[in-house]
Design a protein around this ligand. Structure first.
Ligand code: IMP
Ligand code: MG
Length: 181
């Protein structure tokens, strides 16, 4: 049976907020080129929508990471599945993520990327679950929405690889019609 999805943020709300955050980024960078690093796969929809609204010169690269020990408490060590194509030296890097939860992935990633000597590294996320943060040192420069501790899908976020393509952010509701036998 299909999962029930409750809308948390509509497509209009998300798009409107991305425009606001893009304006803030445009102001902060003052025309300086920005190198966007999209964290696959979840960050891809947000990266596209954000990049279209940026007015400075923009370059794009992609990285895919996965935490060791899926399903258990992660050690905070992240495996790079797909590395960047371009060096970062001298670039103003803006990491674009779908969601920051414990912060373990980003805490590790930021340390790895710093060693490649970019001029600056900032972090931009579509969603943040601040109540879940374990790695307090992760500072988020741009957040579209802080949300409560609920499992969300859509706009790039998945549940078992499903629902990434939903144009809104929703919460998967347990199917109450289902009984355990
Ligand atoms: P962190 O290392 O705990 O911050 O993990 C962040 C990653 O967990 C995100 O990049 C997502 O892939 C995944 N994640 C965390 N919360 C959710 C959620 O509510 N829906 C879908 N994926 C999530
Ligand atoms: Mg992610």
């Amino acid at each position: 049976m299909a999962d029930k999805i409750r809308v948390l943020l509509t497509e209009e709300e998300v798009d409107q907020r991305i425009s606001e955050v893009a304006e803030e980024i445009n102001r902060d960078y003052g025309g300086k080129a920005v190198h966007l690093i999209c964290i696959l796969k979840g960050g891809v929809f947000f990266t596209c929508e954000l990049a279209k609204r940026l007015t400075m010169p923009v370059s794009l690269d992609f990285m895919s990471v996965s935490s060791y020990g899926a399903g258990t408490v992660s050690s905070g060590v992240v495996r790079i599945i797909k590395d960047l194509d371009e060096p970062l030296e001298g670039k103003d890097v803006l990491i674009v993520e779908d969601i920051i939860d414990s912060g373990r992935t980003l805490a590790y990633l930021i340390e790895v990327l710093k060693q490649r000597k970019p001029s600056s590294i900032r972090l931009c996320t579509l969603l943040d679950k601040p109540d879940r943060r374990v790695k307090k040192e992760v500072t988020v420069d741009y957040t579209c929405f802080a949300i409560p501790d609920e499992f969300v899908v859509g706009y790039g976020l998945d549940y078992d690889q499903k629902y990434r393509n939903l144009p809104y952010i929703g919460v998967v509701e347990p199917d109450e019609g289902k009984t355990n036998v």
